[in-house]
Ligand binder design. Sequence first.
Ligand code: ADP
Ligand code: MG
Length: 398
Amino acid sequence: MTIIEVKQLTKVFGHDAGRAIPLLEQGMSKEKIAQELKLTVGVNKAEFSIEEGEIFVIMGLSGSGKSTLVRLLNRLIEPTGGQVLFKGKDVVKMNPEELRQFRRKNIGMVFQKFALFPHRTVLENAEYGLEVQGVDKKKRTERAMEALHLVGLKGWENHRPDQLSGGMQQRVGLARGLANDPDILLMDEAFSALDPLIRKDMQQELLELQSRVKKTIVFITHDLDEALRIGDRIALMKDGVIVQIGTPEEILIQPANKYVERFVEDVDLSKVLTAAHVMRQPETVRPERGPRVALQLMRDSGIFSLYVVDKANKLLGVITAEDAAQALKDNKSILEVTRREIPRVYPETLLNDFFELISETHLPVAVVDEADKLKGIVIKGAVLSALAGNAVPEGEGS
Ligand code: ADP
Ligand code: MG
């Protein structure tokens, strides 16, 4: 379900900014508008929608309009034109009371430099949003503690912000945003001030948190690696314009233009793409169908092996054409000739982590979930092709 829909959203800074709107509509550039009208275009006709429960990343270089865009979503900045629909209701048209409720209940924000109250403890800082909402002491302590644990600040509840490192102070800001339990969490460069290692931990924690609570997160970053790691989809901005919106894979493999191409050219794809990105539909057979059917299936699709799965799609192993032919001759069942020792990876395994596996084996690598259910297969060619920056080809193969 769509939770936020943005239409023609525009922000121009400066005196009588509305003057720029017709010119932007004619396609005049940010640079030209700055020269001729002395106005600064922050966001230029942004259009996108965000689905409930997704992590939507807004990425771009400094000055590209990320902060302006995210502040337009909760109207910390008044738009010059366009709409922001929250579950269909236009935030731009909300009266002050509706807007206050919206900010309190539906949308929370974590800033890069979160101003903590120096005289309050970490716990009291994390409780702040709930306190404003009038949540009772016991409940808000409980939720704030939970949020603090989540960001790795267990044991620091009674310290004051100045006793914490910069990175830890940032975590308090995050805990405050989480304790509030909003539908949508806006995070503007929330991790940018953290050390690389802590930052990676936080990204991981955020992903885990999100998979548990299914919160919608709008995450701003200027860091491509971070965007690729955590984004379900990424909007890439340049000069106030969204130049591409897509999954990390789409952005990497099908950059919309030269700008995006240059942006992503140094990425080590093997550390970003996963088995899920390059896997394809496997050809399967259930054991009770027998070797004759298995052989026929392989002939029909021009392949030399089949994955043997049970009724629940649990992977039992693989059977080759030779195995099937032999079984037929010896009057054996599929299960008797199934090879059970076959290479397996999880959908989220990075290509980088199964390079060796795939180069050592003749068979495709099976992609399974924790319950050993077959999700797909990865063939060597698809991996090499993806790493060369090509779209993953469709089609069968083994
Ligand atoms: P980012 O967050 O991607 O670094 P910003 O959204 O902060 O970019 O800025 C986008 C553009 O809008 C920049 O050109 C910036 O100078 C301009 N801008 C941002 N805030 C203001 C403001 N309050 N007044 C005038 N110009 C602004
Ligand atoms: Mg910014």
